[in-house]
Design a protein around this ligand. Structure first.
Ligand code: URA
Length: 254
């Protein structure tokens, strides 16, 4: 597919439309070795080599990254007060990347970052029941009764109960001898197919418990790699992107 040279350069993050037009007019841009001075000249982003002052321009139509979001940053592209998840992506070709959905400021874990609006829209669509699995430390003893309640769906103050959640109790610390400070902490995983605001925290609040620590382990076919530390990111493999796209149809209702 061909696109205008000025659009190509803007999308590659070289500058605004007017800035790149100036660079083109100033003969700073070559396409396949030849100076091009018309912003409307078409370039083939797959095959043409575009250089700025002799250096090849890095262009990608779509980029997909998996970030291990650390606590303390917000899932937004800009924020007046806090660091954003975008601050951690230091080496990308595109400047129009954004996080797909949100994790709370104190939540860690897997976050997909892309500029593929269609895929993002699709992954976030409520009609698509994409599974998200979280690990959490919860104050108090999570019980089999909670497992059963989550399986039916709980009332988090929305019109309907939540969709069923798969709750697995991994460990309960502080029992059977409750320590002096009375602190019992449960470690669990919870798999849900919706993405309501503060959903995991609200589901536990609905059964009278407080989430102390929350980390997303997976989203659909994407799994947080064990060797990716908080604040680190990596590009998705072609296979991971294909899996995210191919699973689209199967996951719809009907
Ligand atoms: N549920 C929450 O409560 N918080 C998150 O960040 C994600 C899911």
């Amino acid at each position: 597919m061909a696109l205008r040279l000025d659009k190509y350069l803007t999308e590659a993050g070289i500058g605004t439309r007017s800035e790149v037009k100036k660079l083109i007019k100033a003969k700073q841009i070559t396409v396949n070795g030849a100076i091009v001075n018309r912003p409307e000249e078409k370039v083939d982003e797959e095959n043409d080599v575009v250089c700025l002052r002799g250096e090849p321009v890095r262009y990608a139509s779509f980029e997909y990254y998996l970030l291990h979001k650390p606590a303390g940053c917000v899932s937004a592209t800009e924020d007046a007060r806090h660091r954003t998840v975008m601050d951690y992506l230091t080496d990308t070709a595109r400047s129009d990347l954004f996080p797909v959905g949100r994790l709370d400021i104190d939540t860690e874990g897997l976050l997909l970052i892309t500029n593929d609006g269609a895929l993002a829209h699709d992954l976030l669509s409520p009609a698509r029941h994409i599974e998200k699995t979280y690990f959490a430390k919860v104050r108090g003893r999570v019980t089999q009764e909670d497992v059963n309640l989550f399986e039916k769906g709980v009332d988090i103050g929305e019109k309907k109960l939540t969709k069923p959640g798969r709750l697995v109790i991994l460990d309960v610390y502080g029992e059977p001898d409750v320590p002096e400070d009375g602190e019992v902490i449960s470690e669990i995983t919870l798999t849900i197919t919706e993405g309501k605001f503060h959903q995991v925290k609200r589901m536990f609040a609905a059964v009278g418990k407080e989430v102390l620590y929350l980390k997303r382990l997976s989203m659909g076919p994407l799994v947080l790699p064990e060797d990716l530390r908080p604040g680190e990111y990596r590009a998705l493999s072609g296979e991971e992107v294909a899996m995210l796209k191919n699973r689209k149809q199967e996951e719809y209702d009907e």
